[in-house]
Design a protein around this ligand. Structure first.
Ligand SMILES: Nc1ncnc2c1ncn2[C@@H]1O[C@H](COP(=O)(O)OP(=O)(O)O)[C@@H](O)[C@H]1O
Ligand SMILES: O=C(O)[C@@H](O)C(=O)COP(=O)(O)O
Length: 423
């Protein structure tokens, strides 16, 4: 086996990183997730590296610069293929950042074409005729239309991506995808020859995603959700580059109390918060009160201190769309979001001082902020709690078990289920 990693991945947020890493682990690739471009040497004998960035909602120029720095590192590490991971709900604004980052990666790799497929059927994201569905709803009719930072109001991804790039965007529709890898490969070639820079690719089930992955074996850059990574390990195996070393994914446990921090305002997370509140203690952070200068961080920690030794606690900013709107009207979306992220980050640090060693964090931006505040540099990936969300264990001193949950993922009892697996 080679010592250089085969696949180099750049994730635009941290929950997205663990989602992708868990897919690669399950398909037999030894995968390390690092937070930002690594500053120290990474362990040898890694098949895939996921560099998790926080570029989804940065200004586009900064997102491009950070992604190119990650690409440079991955190229220098010897990776053969590169993966730009974005959200299965294509979270972005009209300015980006999916288009600008993908454009920059293509240019840096001297390529003219990449596929774009966020489908994740296990989490009910499917693509049909270029339209993204969340369950039975179009993306634009799903809870994503109310996202605090990246509201998605158009389900046609050819249109959405076209607004973000000067390269032309084509479509590989379902009837081609269902004919398997050779037909998909031929469609990619035709689109590239016709001058298209991207192909949105339909996918309704994991079989489609595996076929798309197989068709992309020769692509230098793949862009998409974690679903389209399902078939990539098999390409490396076919080429004799990867063994069949399926990882158990079991992580050594940790003693100590646990807690949940939630900054996601998605439908799924709001339901999980309500479920928790039926039987367990919780503390709410209101961005309007944070903006008035009230020290809710100290209040939350003072509230949690006597409790955590006995039972897990939830501290949350999560709110319904009307409350989020009220806060955003007064503070602006970015400031409201930042206030909650900063408060939850400081609370995470405070909880660790209280001995908490197991943390569930809900929300991609929120996870990014928390993981940065905890100065986590790398994560080992463990077993799945629900599709797209594994337990992870931080590397380095003072290890923590972290479950970074995408806002939209997980069953209604996710928080209890996650903690039940490590207690
Ligand atoms: N009550 C609130 N009002 C306004 N914004 C909020 C509130 N609670 C949380 N937020 C912000 O909403 C954003 C949610 O994004 P994120 O953490 O990525 O969740 P998701 O995974 O659901 O996208 C964060 O920036 C968070 O700080
Ligand atoms: O692809 C996905 O849906 C997730 O992996 C993801 O990117 C999560 O983002 P958030 O919803 O912001 O947590």
């Amino acid at each position: 086996m080679v010592n250089k990693p085969l696949l180099g991945c750049i994730a635009d947020d941290f929950t997205g990183g663990t989602d992708l890493a868990s897919t690669l682990v399950a398909s037999g690739m030894r995968t390390l997730q690092v937070i930002g471009v690594p500053r120290e040497p990474v362990p040898a004998d890694i098949d895939a590296i996921v560099i998790a960035l926080k570029t989804r909602t940065q200004p586009a120029g900064e997102a491009v610069a950070d992604s190119l720095a990650a690409l440079d590192w991955l190229k220098a590490a010897g990776c053969r293929q590169f993966f730009f991971k974005y959200c299965s709900t294509f979270d972005s604004t009209p300015e980006g950042n999916i288009g600008p980052v993908a454009d920059a990666l293509l240019a840096a790799l001297e390529c003219r074409f990449a596929l774009a497929c966020p489908a994740f059927p296990a989490n009910q994201r499917t693509l049909y005729q270029g339209y993204l569905f969340v369950g039975e709803l179009l993306l634009s009719e799903s809870g994503m239309r109310h996202h605090p930072l990246t509201p998605m109001t158009d389900a046609n991804l050819v249109r959405v991506l076209q607004r973000q790039t000067a390269r032309s965007v084509g479509l590989v529709p379902w009837h081609t995808v269902s004919r398997g890898a050779p037909a998909i490969r031929a469609a990619f070639d035709q689109l590239e020859q016709a001058g298209h820079g991207y192909a949105i690719v339909d996918a309704l089930d994991d079989g489609h995603l595996r076929a798309i992955g197989e068709a992309a074996a020769g692509h230098r850059l793949i862009t998409g959700g974690s679903g389209v990574a399902l078939g990539l390990a098999e390409n490396f195996r076919r080429a004799g580059l990867l063994g069949d070393n399926r990882q158990a994914g079991a992580l050594p446990g940790l003693e100590g109390p646990s807690a949940v921090l939630s900054g996601s305002c998605s439908l799924a997370t709001n339901a999980q918060v309500e479920h928790w509140q039926r039987h367990r203690p919780s503390f709410q952070l209101d961005p309007l009160r944070l903006a008035e200068g009230r020290d809710l961080v100290a209040e939350a920690l003072a509230w949690a201190a006597p409790l955590v030794a006995r039972e897990p606690v939830l501290i949350y900013g999560s709110a319904r769309p009307e409350q989020v709107r009220a806060a955003q009207e007064q503070l602006g979306a970015a400031r409201a979001g930042e206030l909650v992220e900063q408060a939850l980050s400081r609370i995470a640090v405070g909880l660790r001082e209280l001995g908490v060693s197991k943390l569930v964090v809900a929300g991609g931006e929120t996870s990014g902020a928390v993981v940065k505040a905890l100065e986590v540099r790398a994560l080992r990936i463990g077993t799945l709690i629900d599709p797209g969300v594994p337990w992870t264990r931080t590397l380095g001193d003072r290890p923590l078990l972290l479950a970074l949950k995408s806002g939209n993922f997980g069953s209604v009892d996710f928080f209890e289920k996650a903690l039940g697996r490590v207690e």
